[in-house]
Ligand binder design. Structure first.
Ligand SMILES: Nc1ccn([C@@H]2O[C@H](COP(=O)(O)O)[C@@H](O)[C@H]2O)c(=O)n1
Ligand SMILES: C[C@@]1(CO)OP(=O)(O)OP(=O)(O)OC[C@H]1O
Length: 159
C-alpha cells in the first residue's frame, strides 16, 4: 500500500467579532479572528497537511491572500479543492488528526459536528477524522488569548 504523511499548522489572531469558525462550524464567541477568509484554522492546517503530503506547496500558494475572490471565503471550499488536488493524483485521505490550541472557546462540544462536516467534504468515514483541543495553560500567545492555533497530521493512501 502506498502511503504519504503530511502535517500542517495555522494561527490567526483574535480581533473584534462575535464568532469563530472552526472545522466549518460557526461557534459564538466574544472575539472573532483576523483573516482574509473565514479564518478557520482547523481547515487551514488540514489543507496544508494534505498539500504537504504530496509536496504541493501550501494553502497561500493555492489560494493567495492577495486574491479578492477568497475574501471572506468559506474555508470548506479550500478543503474540497485540496481533496480534488490529491484525488487527481491518485490519493485519498486515510485519516486526519487535528489539535486546536486556545483557552477559549471550548472546542470539545463542537468536535462531533466538525468531524462530520470535514469527513463529508473529504468523502471519508467520520471515524477517520479526529478533532482534539488543548489550552496552553495560559502560556504564550494562545494562553494570553491573543490568537488561536491548530495543527494537523494526515495520512494519504494511494488508490
Ligand atoms: N479550547 C479548548 C481547550 C481544551 N478543551 C478540552 O479541555 C481539556 C483540558 O484541556 P487542558 O489544556 O487543560 O489539558 C482538553 O483535553 C480538551 O478536551 C476544549 O474542549 N477546548
Ligand atoms: C486562507 C487564505 C486565503 O487567502 O487567507 P487567510 O484566511 O488569511 O488564512 P491563512 O491561514 O493566512 O492562509 C492563507 C490564505 O490561503
Amino acid at each position: 500500500m502506498n502511503i504519504r504523511i503530511g502535517q500542517g499548522f495555522d494561527v490567526h489572531a483574535f480581533g473584534d467579532g462575535d464568532h469563530v469558525v472552526l472545522g466549518g462550524v460557526r461557534i459564538a464567541h466574544d472575539r472573532g479572528v483576523l483573516a482574509h477568509s473565514d479564518g478557520d484554522v482547523v481547515i487551514h492546517a488540514l489543507c496544508d497537511a494534505m498539500l504537504g503530503a504530496l509536496a504541493l506547496g501550501d494553502i497561500g500558494q493555492h489560494f493567495p491572500p492577495s486574491d479578492p475572490q477568497w475574501k471572506g471565503a468559506d474555508s470548506r471550499a479550500f478543503l474540497r479543492r485540496c481533496n480534488e488536488l490529491i484525488g487527481e493524483r491518485g490519493w485519498r485521505v486515510g485519516n486526519a488528526d487535528v489539535t486546536v490550541v486556545c483557552e477559549r472557546p471550548k472546542v470539545g462540544p463542537h468536535a462531533p459536528a466538525m468531524r462530520g462536516l470535514l469527513a463529508g467534504d473529504l468523502g471519508i468515514d467520520i471515524d477517520a477524522v479526529s478533532i482534539k483541543a488543548t489550552t496552553s495553560e495560559k502560556l504564550g500567545f494562545t494562553g494570553r488569548g491573543e490568537g488561536i492555533a491548530a495543527q494537523a497530521v494526515v495520512l494519504l493512501v494511494g488508490r
